[in-house]
Design a protein around this ligand. Structure first.
Ligand code: SUO
Ligand code: CP
Length: 312
């Protein structure tokens, strides 16, 4: 595998998930694979889990790791071709990506959607800029439109906790004080299409995601109805897609509560706003899988890096 940019770079989900679960028994089993290899993690946006779990995964594989908060510490990058660079941006992606490629064997990038300009976000300028100009494999650590490492960790978590072969999984929109990107729900939906599940998306009207991504999915505007007989509830806020980046005022009581959850398991990618997205009782109770999801981020990243290292 050259790059890991979206869940569609996974050639066999069942195989990857099963390899990741096996890996958990002996995380350093492939310690020699990454010897003399360096990964560079570039952050244009904040992170806790992605930063530490990807670093941990690389260390488990024996790799050297360099981390840079590019957004605050790097030169401001120009991504457009042919511009006269007489304004604030000091360095062009053409040089930056090639320079990084000289120091590392793999580069991983986090750059969230700006949520102002849909076309610009969907062009994935940062991720694609590196893909185009770097000569090394690129890993997506959450871009404007996808978070495939999270989705892989989620698939591992579902596999480990499912008690039926085809569980009912509901992706529920939840409230949030800020406008959030679509990357996590997008990749979760794409991942659901790769696995056997009765999958339902529920959100208030106006919060429809990109129809190209939700094509073929069941969308139910009544949250209670969507959650009947559910096995896994995956909560996530996202801003409007059609009214791009807006917070609408259609929300009415969408927070996940223990009462709504019933006996289902609760999932969220974290960080989560307590008593806004989900009530304390759920997060502090035994049905929450959020810490398992975060733990599985290491093994998701490790499987991805393993596949990349094997193909170098
Ligand atoms: N990487 C996981 C989620 C990252 C991001 N959440 C956030 O920005 C939450 C920030 C806050 O709660 O203020 C998102 O939704 O895509
Ligand atoms: N879930 C996740 O990606 O967390 P961070 O944003 O903290 O990396």
């Amino acid at each position: 595998m050259k790059h890991y940019l979206s869940v569609n770079d996974i050639d066999s989900l069942p195989m990857w998930v099963s390899e990741a679960i096996t890996l958990k028994q002996n995380p350093t089993a492939y310690k020699d694979l990454g010897e003399q290899k360096t990964i560079c993690l570039l952050f244009f946006s904040n992170s806790l889990r992605t930063r530490l779990s990807t670093q941990k995964a690389a260390m488990n594989l024996g790799m050297d790791v360099m981390v840079m908060n590019f957004g605050s510490e790097g030169w401001q990058l120009e991504f457009e071709d042919g511009v006269t660079m007489d304004q604030g941006k000091a360095e062009h992606i053409k040089e930056a990506a090639q320079v990084v490629s000289q120091y590392c064997d793999v580069v991983a990038i986090r750059a969230f959607a700006g949520l102002k300009d849909k076309e610009k976000d969907e062009a994935e300028v940062v991720l694609n800029g590196f893909k185009q100009h770097a000569s090394i494999p690129v890993v997506n650590m959450e871009s404007s439109v996808g978070h495939p490492l999270q989705a892989l960790a989620d698939a591992i978590t579902v596999k480990e906790n499912a008690i039926t072969a085809k569980p009912k999984i509901v992706l529920s929109w939840a409230p949030h004080p800020r406008a959030l990107p679509h990357a996590v729900p997008n990749s979760f939906i794409e991942m659901m299409k790769l696995q056997d599940a009765e999958f339902v998306i529920t959100h208030p009207e106006g919060y429809e995601l990109n129809p190209k991504i939700t094509a073929g999915c069941t969308i139910e505007y009544d949250q209670a109805k969507a959650m009947e007989n559910v096995d896994f509830v995956y909560a996530k806020n996202w801003s409007s897609y059609s009214n791009y980046g807006a917070i609408l005022d259609t929300e009415n009581n969408w927070m996940i509560t223990q009462e709504k959850l019933g006996s289902a398991k609760f999932m969220h990618c974290l960080p989560v706003r307590r008593n806004v997205v989900v009530e304390d009782a759920v997060l502090d109770g035994s049905q929450s899988l959020v810490l398992e999801q975060a733990n599985n981020r290491t093994f998701a990243a490790q499987i991805v890096l393993q596949k990349i290292l094997e193909s170098l």
